[in-house]
Write a protein that binds this ligand. Structure first.
Ligand code: PEP
Length: 249
């Protein structure tokens, strides 16, 4: 049985007060669930979040980190800094990091290695752009992102990896991949991992779908056999919507 996960990527939203308010509301409304629930507030609100969630099952993730141990990297945050405040999960490779901050597969491979070496859990995001889907290249784009970003890991390391397939054309656009499109790509991803490693690695890895998941489409998407949950952007900023999505899993 794979772990079901619903993770909320808050991006650059919510000041400290808003963070505390949203977490209190979420904690109060959290339904009984077998799914792992994760929220990813901005860096400056991570510590206040881990404190607020001390007695909750909701986990806290960072939205990014640097690959280096420490040093002259102005503005950056290391794995140890995250671990030191109780954050052992990190989102890497989000399409906004790739598009606006120039993060390449090669850079992400280094970040992934550092996170895994530090025994952190990585939510690794990847997915094709609209033009790539329209031209029929989406499978090869996704395969390359997987190979370049993750296939330097040995099979053992995959217990630290959660995948988030996020077609860029569906992120924040209100346009969602159909449940069939999501299933087709998730099955392809699992098959690609099985070919490189083996069935047990491929069967164990949770693959989340991300891209305009909302309360009204979550259960259809989550009903697909290779979809193990969701990475949620906009809808994770409203407690009621996020809770409805958690209930859908
Ligand atoms: C995301 O940014 O990871 C995401 C899926 O955003 P949204 O749900 O808003 O499309």
């Amino acid at each position: 049985m794979r772990t079901k996960i619903v993770a909320g990527n808050w991006k650059m939203n919510n000041n400290r007060d808003e963070t505390e308010t949203l977490l209190a509301e979420l904690s109060a409304k959290l339904p009984d669930t077998d799914a792992q629930v994760i929220v990813a507030p901005t860096f400056v609100n991570l510590e206040v979040s881990t404190r607020a969630l001390e007695s909750s099952t909701i986990e806290v993730a960072a939205q990014n980190m640097h690959f280096a141990e420490n040093g002259a990297y102005t503005g950056e945050i290391s794995a140890d800094m995250l671990l030191n405040i109780g954050v052992d999960t990190v989102i890497l490779g989000h399409s906004e990091r790739r598009a606006y901050f120039g993060e390449t597969d090669e850079l992400l491979a280094k970040k992934v290695k550092t996170a895994v070496d530090k025994h952190m859990k990585v939510i690794f995001c990847f997915g094709e752009e609209l033009e790539e889907r329209k031209s029929g290249n989406h499978f090869s784009v996704v395969e390359n992102q997987l190979k370049n970003g993750l296939f330097h890991l040995d099979a053992q390391a995959w217990k630290h990896i959660v995948l988030a397939y996020e077609p860029v054309w569906a992120i924040g656009t209100g346009e969602t991949a159909s449940p069939e499109q999501a299933q087709e790509m998730h099955a392809f991803i699992r098959n690609t991992i099985a070919k490189k490693y083996n069935d047990s690695v491929a069967d164990a890895v949770s693959i989340l779908y991300g891209g305009s998941v909302k309360p009204n489409n979550a259960s259809d998407i989550f009903s697909k056999p290779d979809v193990d949950g969701g990475l949620i952007g906009g809808a994770s900023l409203k407690a009621d919507d996020f809770v409805a999505i958690i209930k859908a899993i």
